[in-house]
Design a protein around this ligand. Structure first.
Ligand code: MSP
Length: 659
């Protein structure tokens, strides 16, 4: 049977312009759709806009626009933005689309006929911003906790969906099907909600109060509550109940949402489906929130991040890569341009870009830019076998993590592989094989390196479609006929055909610097980041290990060139190749962790170091220490008792400057 995959994003309200948060969910969905497509599955990727309800009506009114015109205008902004971010959706649905409206009415009628919708009176505190009633307990000092405004008391007759009837069934279902809601913390949150009595859901609004909605099929005096309308987009888009797409894709449905809309997706939606006798979706995947410089993104704070601005400053691939690499799925992530640049320079410019450029340059120099013959199994040496193994293991992990939507871990495995290939090149030293005339060995090494590049290029395709395309072109891969099966690519080694013409040069990811145009929010932080980068470009002139008497005098301006700051060790492990060295992952307040290789193993074990504050020289040029690149230095004292870390004796935070 044909394998399918169906992925959806929330449909976004049209009362705000698209920003980083919307872009993240949609880019993530796009990358998942591409990832599954590359495994031979037939995929359907749905996104769109949610256009009915009080909130939209009010925003339209504030702007003096008609609700439909207003919705058309903002919906278009979303629809037109996505292709600019290389987002390749299959359908963009609007809740004002006639087929959606018909589907909502049909669904309501069905549930009504089944006896799960009743008419009743209700009085309660209603927040227009949230479009829902609040209990007194939920209010903070009488205010809506989100909008900090007092809700209005409203008493009216309405239609209710008998949601409470499905509470026990849903609890059992979630308990028996651990994969239904993931990550686990959100599954537990939903189970906790279901331990409290569940109220029935008010699913209508009288037209006397709100006209902007879908009319109830069984009472023309009412429109449908916006959530009951919006959730149905996931099946209306497929042509429920008879549509071919519905039959094909609904059994493989995965919804991607952030934590803000967990309850409607984890409780309203499954109970609605159950009441209508529609099978449940396969999985709900819930991510955290992007903050900006650790603060909530909001218009009032003036820190709303616009995706197109970032694209034009740093390039689309850098933006997509950063979002998927940085956000630990399920947790909140922190967005900063410094963080983006840091990741870009560390992973893409230093590790991946450098690997491509050195391998292609060597193929150019030693083999006239044509791929050498495939190695014979019998010719393989220990390093080669190790690289093959690494390629299999790490890429398998890449696939597993991607499948589970843990893209940050997936990309970390892929970058580990990149670093492994860089190390392989350092150890096998093709330049000396060339000098010594070991041609056959040189062929083997470069054939393996190029096969590694091919894998990396293909594995990155769901994340960075453009860069992956360029990498494939540089490797002389015939893109037209390249029908890739990602699983196969990751488990079997595919060599470039002998004689394939590859590019002589590659400059995929030139190092980037912060580009600051905006004034205002976060200026202080930006300014220090900028200084750091500028300083980073200048040559560090420190001399290591020399005695103080021999040290030349320096000017104060020389001292100012040193970017010394407090770092916190987030992770530590032994260096794979040197007993004296440890590899540290250090948070130096830049929004990402940097890897620093330090000669501390004689005095500290990795466990001793995790969680400790250290002094970091941050703008030391990256250098390789036994095959691992170190981005900075950790300072220590060589005292009589041995080695001891230089650390502040007061409470400090990562990134605090040392002067
Ligand atoms: N219209 C409803 C969804 C109906 S789905 C049947 C809605 N719209 S929304 O415009 O408010 O979008 C919320 C979604 O936008 C989040 O669930 C998330 O996907 C995305 N994000 C908005 N801000 C975000 C962040 N700051 N960080 C990450 N994602 C966020 O709710």
């Amino acid at each position: 049977m044909e394998e399918t995959f169906y992925i959806t994003t929330p449909i976004y309200y049209v009362n705000a312009e698209p920003h980083l948060g919307h872009a993240y969910t949609t880019i993530l969905a796009d990358s998942l759709s591409r990832f599954h497509k590359m495994q031979g599955k037939r995929t359907f990727f749905l996104t769109g806009t949610d256009e009915h309800g009080d909130k939209i009506m009010q925003s339209a009114r504030e702007r003096g626009e008609d609700a439909q015109e207003y919705a058309d205008r903002v919906s278009r902004q979303f629809r037109e933005l996505w292709p600019e971010l290389n987002i390749d959706y299959d359908r963009f649905i609007r809740t004002t689309d006639p087929d959606h409206v018909a589907c909502v009415q049909r669904f309501l009628q069905l549930v009504y006929d089944n006896g799960d919708i009743y008419f009743g009176e209700y009085g309660g505190y209603y927040c227009f911003g949230c479009e829902r009633f609040f209990t007194e307990k939920e209010l903070e000092d009488g205010n809506c906790p989100d909008h900090q405004k007092p809700p209005e008391y409203i008493q009216e007759t309405n239609y209710f969906f008998r949601m409470s009837r499905y509470q026990e069934w849903l609890r059992g279902y979630i308990q028996d099907n651990p994969d239904f809601i993931q990550p686990e913390r959100y599954r537990r949150e939903v189970l906790a909600m279901l331990r409290e009595p569940l109220d029935d859901l008010c699913i209508s609004r009288p037209k006397s109060r709100l006209e902007w909605g879908i009319e109830l099929p069984f009472d023309s005096g009412y429109v449908t509550y916006v959530w009951f309308d919006a959730l149905l987009n996931y099946i209306s888009a497929l042509g429920w109940p008879e549509g071919e797409d519905y039959v094909r894709f609904w059994p493989a449905a995965h919804h991607l949402v952030a934590k803000d809309i967990l309850k409607p997706h984890a409780i309203f939606w499954p109970t609605m489906l159950r009441a209508a006798g529609v099978p449940l979706y396969r999985g709900l995947r819930v991510h955290g929130y992007w903050k900006v410089h650790e603060e909530k993104m909001s218009k009032t704070l003036g820190n709303v991040v616009r995706p197109l601005e970032l694209r034009s400053k740093y390039g689309l691939d850098a933006f997509r890569f950063f979002l998927l690499r940085e956000m630990q799925f399920g947790h909140d992530g922190n967005f900063s341009e410094e963080g983006l640049i840091g990741r870009f320079n560390a992973d893409l410019a230093n590790d991946l870009g450098n690997l491509f450029s050195r391998c292609l340059a060597m193929t150019g120099k030693y083999f006239g830019a044509s791929a050498p013959p495939h190695p014979d199994d019998l010719d393989l040496e220990r390093e080669d076998e190790e690289l093959l193994q690494l390629g299999r293991d790490y890429l398998e992990k890449y696939l597993q993590c991607f499948e589970a939507v843990h893209t940050a871990e997936a990309l970390e495995w892929l970058m580990e592989f990149v670093r492994g290939v860089n190390k392989y090149i350092d150890t096998t030293a093709p330049w000396s094989l060339y000098k010594q005339g070991y041609t056959q060995r040189l062929q083997t090494v470069l054939a393996l390196a190029l096969a590694s590049l091919r894998r990396i290029a293909l594995a990155l395709r769901p994340v960075m479609p453009d860069a992956s395309h360029t990498m494939c072109e540089q490797l002389g891969l015939d893109l037209g006929s390249l029908d890739v099966d990602l699983r196969q690519e990751c488990s079997e080694w595919v060599f470039l055909s002998e004689g394939t013409r590859v590019a002589k040069k590659s400059n995929l990811f030139p190092r980037q610097e912060l580009k600051l145009e905006r004034e205002g929010a976060g200026e202080g932080k930006h300014a220090s980041g900028q200084k750091k980068n500028k300083a980073g470009k200048e040559k560090a002139e420190s001399k290591q290990g020399s005695e103080s008497e021999q040290t030349p005098e320096i000017d104060f301006t020389d001292f100012q060139k040193l970017d010394m700051r407090v770092g916190r060790v987030e992770g530590a492990s032994p260096h794979p190749d040197a007993d004296r060295l440890l590899q540290l992952e250090v948070d130096a307040g830049e929004g990402y962790t940097r890897r620093i290789v330090a000669g501390l193993a004689e005095a500290y074990s990795p466990q001793d170091l995790v969680g400790r504050h250290v002094t970091v020289l941050a703008n030391l040029k990256p250098r390789k220490l036994r095959g691992v690149t170190s981005h900075g230095m950790v300072l220590a004292v060589h005292g009589e008792q041995g080695l001891s870390l230089l650390a502040p004796d007061q409470v400090v935070s990562p990134g605090d400057k040392i002067s």
